[in-house]
Ligand binder design. Structure first.
Ligand code: UD1
Length: 366
């Protein structure tokens, strides 16, 4: 291991030249800087930890529009030091210039809006923030010859799949929401950029199933702003007494217990997949491929409630309600390709996911 040396790093506000803070941090002489857009978000923050554990130097780019600066404190408690942070929009080339002042090895691009319902109400916002910013960012990478890009996509691109489990050859269906459309469009954009870069840009498109849980330290986790739309954050807030009872969105689906089936994976497992994807790109420069990231097992909403009670000893107050618009009946991954090509598979159980999610909620309080 190289000896540590201390660097003085600047943290930028909105735009170059607006230095808002100064901090010291350690960096190995050989460390490789990885830009993590949306690095203060749920999956991004856990990936920052996984990158450090693998010996990389993450650089968080996050304008905090949908996350909180306190995540940086949680990361510091886990890592024992501050991570380089730029409070800028990753799609703003002028604001991003300082991020590129030192060499960048690769980019993991999470920053995006992700609420299906909101995307239906505000499609323009989703096109601008998700597709527009990805185009701008990819242009910045190509301009600088940055060779590795890992993109945060979603199983939502498969829609209501005709056969289960879904592998990467399952046809992509017309999107059910503007959010889903932006994921499909970004995948297409990156395929075109990859072709145009003629071997100079490697791209890993990662299709996540349903990430849940929290870091086992309970220092970072999901921080939904307002009422959570997703199952597990609503569930933990419900048990904590913040939300009242949980509504199960439909129990008349053609599934064994009538509730929808999803593939829930631990966010720490998912974070580790990003490191595996980066390392795959390093071994196969200039490649492009797509990977499903899930456990390979489906769980119904009722099974999640039961697993939560088993993991924590706490019953989930709930009632049955009508179906939620836009929900698919069942989807779970065939994650064989990620295992074979990336050498990655999930290690953590559904119970562990839920126990960690609950520990995080307990830390946040009621
Ligand atoms: C969807 C997308 C996912 C995307 C995510 C972004 C699909 C298949 N998945 O996840 O790719 O990243 O949106 O937000 O398109 N539920 C309840 N009660 C609740 C909340 C949820 O019963 O209060 C049920 C839902 O009906 C669903 C399951 O729990 O069956 C999971 O829902 P959620 O956590 O919102 O995730 P998805 O909709 O599957």
């Amino acid at each position: 291991m190289e000896p540590y040396r201390t660097l003085r790093l600047r943290i930028y506000g909105n735009g170059p030249g607006k230095v808002t803070d100064i901090c010291g941090m350690a960096e190995t002489a050989q460390s490789l800087r990885i830009i993590v857009t949306g690095g203060a978000g749920f999956i991004g923050s856990h990936t920052v930890v996984a990158l450090v554990e693998a010996g990389y130097e993450p650089v968080i780019v996050d304008d905090l529009r949908n996350s909180k600066a306190s995540v940086l404190d949680g990361l510091e408690r886990i890592l024992g030091r501050r991570v380089e942070f730029h409070a800028v929009d990753c799609g703003n080339a002028a604001a991003m210039a300082p991020v590129f002042e030192r060499p960048v090895h690769g980019v993991i691009h999470f920053a995006a809006d992700k609420a299906v319902g909101e995307s239906v109400a505000h499609p323009e916002q989703y096109f601008a923030n998700n597709i527009g910013a990805t185009a701008q960012l990819t242009d910045m990478l190509r301009e600088r010859g940055i060779a590795h890009l890992v993109f945060s996509s979603s199983c939502t691109v498969y829609g209501e799949a005709s056969a289960l489990p879904v592998d990467e050859n399952t046809p992509v269906k017309p999107a059910a929401s503007p959010y889903g459309f932006t994921k499909q469009a970004c995948e297409s954009l990156l395929r075109y950029s990859h072709a145009a870069a003629d071997g100079q840009l490697g791209v890993a498109l990662l299709r996540y199933f349903n990430p849940i849980g929290a870091h086992p330290s309970a220092e970072i986790g999901e921080l939904p702003l307002g009422t959570p739309a997703n199952l597990v954050p609503f569930l933990t807030q419900s048990v904590a007494g913040i939300r009242g009872e949980l509504t199960v969105h439909g129990d008349d689906y053609p599934t064994p217990d009538g509730t929808c089936i999803r593939d829930y994976l631990h966010v720490v497992d998912l974070a580790e997949a990003h490191v595996a994807a980066l390392q795959w790109l390093e071994r196969h420069p200039g490649s492009l491929d797509v990977f499903n990231l899930g456990t390979g097992e489906g769980s119904s909403v009722k099974q999640v409630l039961q697993a939560f009670e088993e993991a924590t000893g706490r019953p989930v107050p709930h009632r049955m309600g009508p179906r939620r618009a836009g929900d698919v009946t069942a989807i779970y991954a065939d994650a064989t390709k990620a295992a074979d090509v990336l050498g990655w598979s999930t290690k953590r159980s559904l119970q562990q996911c839920l126990a960690d999610a609950w520990r995080w909620q307990e830390k946040l309080g009621g």
